[in-house]
Design a protein around this ligand. Structure first.
Ligand code: KIV
Ligand code: ZN
Length: 546
């Protein structure tokens, strides 16, 4: 099997990450994240689960065609492998192939569970049938695509001896990557090391052309430790997500694995192809698009990861930053932004700064961005990259507008009842105006929006923070909402669709406007999903994929 000193980074933010409650992204957002991942140097992008719905298939297909191919007129760019997930059946594999085939380097990733509990209760298959199915479906995938990855789902709770047999059959049938998932985040680092070591040593037919991969979940907070243990045992592909988003407690986070391999290079002596200075930006982008706020003390990308509050630490830092800092913030792209634009900066300066940040806008997009930039520059003295990022997310990567905020007037304070008057443009292009009172300005605004939009939902989370320092900072709001079915009775499947969680993001120097935008964006996602019937990704047995 492949045993170089290079660890391939397989990012599944757009598949395992996007499946987690509330992480739903629009197709435009997915494409942007895929572009960022490619720019950052990710080796493989798992762009989605094409069999989940025609929308999912189309989103993967666009990523394959646009991110998985050389830009027009070039043949020297490094493009990532694009893969799509498929259950071990022909229909899923056909859809995955249809979605990725336009990529320069397509891969099909298929999986089947191998743990006793999954085989008996979920698959209702006996071990012999599982072996047979793996062999047939890997061979089928291989007949379509030269690059096939196979994952024995719930490998962490599978019998290692059985895994050797299944994986040996997968190799015989043509698999090129064997990915070992700890699907429910159950194993400990020692156990996972031994599992990977055993697989490498005992799987029949293991050879240099095979890459062993690890895919860990964080239910016990051990995902990164397990992934690194697997790498120490010889795995040379790590499956990760940005900010560690994913099912339940999430997946192994890209930033933790990559920064451990870099910071502790003498221990591992391994390389990745990741440009780590892009980590903070992509983390922010994923958080904005999904509405999933990164916990402040999250390793590498949390707001406090490089903050030193305690006096004794500050004193040490002033004397020498290595006293309390094992990585430099600039290595992960934190506080890197020196360039600032202001009121007098022109269109050209904005265009080149956005291009440096990886946003290539066409003329009409640039017109819009420039108008927003000027509007902001009137209210805020200096505009940093973080401001520009928020502005771009707000203007271009929000979900399709079903409702659009046209006007908002709020009165609040200690003297009366907070009241908000909201004017929205609706799907019928008509103008809707409503005034409501509430316990505070945000409550009043949300009540007025609810009265117009009339889509029952529960506000699960509301977060607000200032993007930069200073009183004139842009306020950024992220919300998470969950659809409720109002008074209707509906079948279980519809109930699942209606109760999915959606995130929304809004930025403005006026925090009530930012709050309104975030809420409307989340509601737009919910309305689109409910009216166009976006299905949550479930496997054959109605269980969310891990
Ligand atoms: O966690 C898991 O088992 C997965 C597989 C489908 C690879 O996500
Ligand atoms: Zn998973």
């Amino acid at each position: 099997m492949t045993k170089s000193n290079y660890v391939k980074i397989f990012d599944t933010t757009l598949r395992d990450g996007e499946q987690s409650p509330g992480a739903t992204m629009t197709s435009a957002e997915k494409l942007e994240v895929a572009r960022s991942l490619a720019r950052m140097g990710v080796d493989i992008i798992e762009a989605g689960f094409p069999a989940a719905s025609p929308d999912d298939l189309e989103a993967v297909r666009r990523i394959a065609a646009e991110v998985g191919c050389q830009p027009p007129g070039r043949n020297d760019a490094r493009v990532p492998i694009i893969t799509g997930l498929a259950r071990a059946n022909k229909s899923d594999i056909d859809k995955a192939w249809e979605a990725v085939r336009e990529a320069e380097k397509p891969r099909i990733h298929t999986f089947l569970a191998t743990s006793p509990i999954h085989m008996k209760h979920k698959l209702k298959m006996d071990p012999e049938e599982v072996i047979q199915r793996v062999s047939e479906m890997v061979a089928y995938a291989r007949s379509l695509c030269a690059d096939v990855e196979f994952s024995p789902e719930d490998a962490g709770r599978s019998d290692p001896e059985f895994l050797y047999v299944v994986l040996g059959e997968a190799i015989k049938a043509g698999a090129t990557t064997l990915n070992i998932p700890d699907t429910v985040g159950y194993t400990t680092p020692d156990e996972f090391y031994n599992l990977i070591d055993g697989i490498i040593k005992n799987t029949p037919g293991m050879h240099d052309g095979i890459t062993v991969s690890v895919h860990c979940h964080d239910d016990l907070g051990l995902a990164t430790a397990n992934t690194l243990a697997g790498i120490r045992a010889g795995a040379r592909q790590a499956e990760v997500t940005i900010n560690g988003i994913g099912e339940r407690a999430g997946n192994t986070s890209l930033e933790e694995v990559v920064m451990t391999l870099k910071t502790r290079h003498p221990v591992f002596n391994l390389e990745t192809g990741i440009d780590t200075t892009q980590i903070a930006r992509v983390s922010k982008q994923v958080s904005n698009y999904t509405g999933m706020v990164v916990q402040p003390n999250k390793a590498i990308v949390g707001a406090n990861a490089f903050a030193h509050e305690a006096g004794i630490h500050q004193d040490g830092m002033l004397k020498h930053n290595l006293t309390y800092e094992i990585m430099r913030p600039e290595d992960v792209g934190v506080n890197q932004t020196k360039l600032v634009l202001g009121k007098h900066s022109g269109r050209h300066a904005l265009r080149s700064r956005l291009a440096e940040m990886g946003h290539s806008l066409d003329e009409s997009e640039l017109d819009k961005a420039f108008a927003r930039f000027k509007e902001l520059a009137d209210r805020k003295k200096v505009i940093t990259d973080a401001d520009l990022e928020a502005l771009i997310a707000d203007e271009f990567y929000r979900p399709r507008d079903v409702y659009y905020l046209e006007g908002l007037q709020v009165s609040c304070g200690t003297l009366g009842m907070p009241t908000a008057t909201v004017r929205l443009r609706g799907p019928d292009r008509a103008e809707h105006v409503h005034a409501s009172m509430g316990t505070g300005p945000v409550d009043a605004t949300y009540k007025a929006i609810d009265a117009i939009v009339n889509t029952p939902c529960k506000l699960l989370e509301f977060n607000i923070h200032a993007i930069t320092e200073g009183i004139d900072a842009l306020g950024e709001v992220t919300v998470r909402i969950q659809g409720t079915n109002g008074h209707h009775t509906m079948d279980a499947q519809k109930e699942v669709e209606f109760s999915r969680v959606y995130g929304g993001h809004g930025a403005d120097t006026d925090i009530i406007v930012a709050s309104a935008k975030a809420y409307i964006n989340a509601l737009n996602k919910l309305i689109i999903a409910q009216t166009e019937g976006l299905q949550p990704a479930t496997n054959d047995f109605g269980v969310m994929l891990g």
